[in-house]
Design a protein. Structure first.
Length: 283
């Protein structure tokens, strides 16, 4: 696929003009390491390069040491080469989900067409796919107001339209039967497994972005149940799931009249189901 374009961002003032990073770096690393940050050196570099003042850096280190996800401290996450704005409480896009974007871009081709990012969170998937394709009509929706605010910032450059509401409910009716690519990174963690998640996710991210119900597939069933009404003939629904859940997820999509297949990336530990609306038969 065409590599996603990397947008330019305003240059941030260097802390070297404020205090010496070489003298502050060991102290920052030690503080992060003591707080249990496995990649303390890498995180310190990111914090130092992002902070605008020494006071800003100190506050950021304090927040990170207190357990706030790194991306929430920085205010952004690196996803598909883009800097995605991520506010506190909003689901942080995972690196494994880049595989879903790669699959979507390969299916869309250079033209893009109509793309909907459902359960969009920060809008990372829509932003990345929009950056990878030449011409996209981009829409996104999420039930979480904080996520919607984030997504509107992240999709503004691509001219994306972001709606607040439950799944398909807030989408314009004019999209019915026109969607070429439907991205739906639904929550798929079984309810009973939520307490097993790392605190950064369990405590700091919205539960609605994580909890997929008893078997983790409750939200997915709702999406697949309506997807065929929104997809164009030959259009594709793509969603992430776990390797363990993939067989049932595929069956769920099949029962909804879609033609599903599962693809995996072992390096990213990613499993994606691609479910296609059958094309209209040629007379």
């Amino acid at each position: 696929m065409t590599a996603p374009a990397t947008p330019s961002f305003p240059a941030r003032p260097s802390l070297s003009s404020l205090s010496s990073p070489s003298t502050r770096f060991p102290a920052v690393v030690s503080r992060l390491r003591a707080a249990g940050c496995v990649f303390a050196e890498e995180e310190a570099e990111l914090l130092i390069s992002t902070a605008r003042t020494p006071a800003d850096l100190a506050a950021m280190v304090d927040r990170r040491a207190a357990g706030l996800p790194l991306e929430h401290v920085l205010g952004w996450a690196d996803f598909c080469g883009l800097r995605i704005s991520v506010d506190p409480g909003v689901f942080v896009p995972r690196r494994r989900t880049e595989f879903l974007v790669q699959q979507a871009a390969a299916l869309a081709g250079p033209g893009g067409g109509v793309v909907v990012d459902l359960c969009c969170g920060s809008g990372a998937l829509g932003a990345a796919l929009g950056a990878a394709l030449d011409d996209v009509e981009l829409h996104a929706a999420d039930i979480d107001p904080a996520a919607v605010r984030c997504a509107r910032r992240n999709l503004a450059a691509a001219g994306g339209h972001v709606y607040e509401g439950d799944l398909f409910d807030p989408l314009p009716a004019t999209l019915r039967g026109r969607v070429d690519i439907l991205l739906s990174n639904v929550p798929y963690v079984p309810t009973a497994e939520i307490p097993l998640l790392p605190p950064e996710a369990r405590v700091r991210e919205a539960r609605v972005a994580l909890d997929g119900g008893t078997d983790g597939l409750d939200v997915l069933r709702r999406v697949t149940g309506e997807a065929a009404q929104w997809l164009a003939p030959g259009g594709h629904l793509l969603f992430e799931t776990s390797e363990r859940q993939a067989p049932e997820a595929v069956e769920t999509a099949s029962r909804s009249g879609l033609l599903p297949r599962a693809v995996t990336d072992e390096d990213l530990y990613a499993t994606v189901v691609i479910a296609t609306r059958p094309p209209v038969p040629t007379p």
